[in-house]
Design a binder for this molecule. Structure first.
Ligand SMILES: O=P(O)(O)O[C@H]1O[C@H](CO)[C@@H](O)[C@H]1O
Ligand SMILES: O=c1cc[nH]c(=O)[nH]1
Length: 239
């Protein structure tokens, strides 16, 4: 468990409550609360700033935290940076929702982001002499895939798009990414992978398909908050 005594940031104020080395990161803070209430023993709340709830407890005897990250790369960028660089978190696993771009994906399937292409300029800060490919931790990805197979989850591993834009004025955008083989679109994985790569910690983004962009199918907000349990159970095997 990481000792947080004397540590706080403008966005995370644990007041000495512990944070685990491994953390699950849903966009929605109420999904974090659901995960804590459903899966964690002895869950203690370590953050309430801006309503971005964070909890630490144990799952099957292993220490784990869960915290919301909000929507979009600036928000994920802030929370994951602080968790890594101020609090010392080592394994960061996003548990998000995504919009499917390929025909073989169905609602509730699990997507594992091997890489996260993006329209964001988040990587500009690193002043690289080219274009970086934000990648998952292979170790976490391999373990997650094995756990998913054991659970019998329908899983798709590949590239996703992390977009800055949910309501895009250009209606061709998703088609273009789909034509390059991207499985799904979401809004945070690239920033998470880049923050992790910058200091050599481990990150993985898992998603449940909440809607199908090409077929105009969707789940309800309540289902997004609670019904993504296979993905949560896969993520919890990574503690
Ligand atoms: O359900 P979460 O984890 O928030 O993920 C997806 O849902 C939000 C958009 O509705 C974006 O944050 C996107 O990445
Ligand atoms: O970012 C997202 C997440 C779910 N569905 C979408 O269409 N976009």
């Amino acid at each position: 468990m990481l000792d947080t005594h004397g540590k706080s940031t403008p966005h995370i104020q644990p007041d000495g409550a512990p944070i685990a080395e491994t953390i699950l990161l849903p966009g929605d803070p109420l999904r974090a609360k659901f995960i804590a209430e459903t899966y964690l023993e002895g869950a203690e709340c370590f953050n309430q700033v801006r309503g971005m709830l964070g909890f630490t407890g144990t799952h099957r005897g292993k220490e784990v935290s869960v915290m919301g990250t909000g929507m979009g790369m600036p928000s994920m960028g802030i929370y994951s940076w602080e968790l890594i660089n101020v609090f010392g978190v080592q394994n960061l696993i996003r548990v998000g929702s995504c919009g499917a771009l390929q025909d073989q994906l169905n609602l509730y399937d699990v997507v594992m982001a091997q890489g996260a292409s993006t329209d964001s300029n988040y990587a500009n800060q690193y002043q690289l002499p080219g274009t970086i490919a934000p990648l998952a931790s292979y170790q976490l990805l391999e373990r997650a895939k094995r756990a998913a197979d054991e659970l019998g989850a329908t899983t798709h591993v590949g590239g996703v798009v992390s977009s800055d834009v949910f309501y895009n004025a250009n209606d061709q955008v998703n088609q273009r990414w789909a034509s390059m083989g991207m499985l799904a679109v979401e809004m945070e994985a690239a920033a998470l992978y880049l923050n992790a790569a910058a200091v050599g910690v481990n990150a993985l983004a898992l998603f449940t398909v909440s809607d199908h962009i090409m077929r105009q199918e969707e789940t309800t907000p309540e289902e997004r908050q609670t019904a993504f349990t296979q993905m949560m159970e896969i993520a919890l095997t990574l503690t």
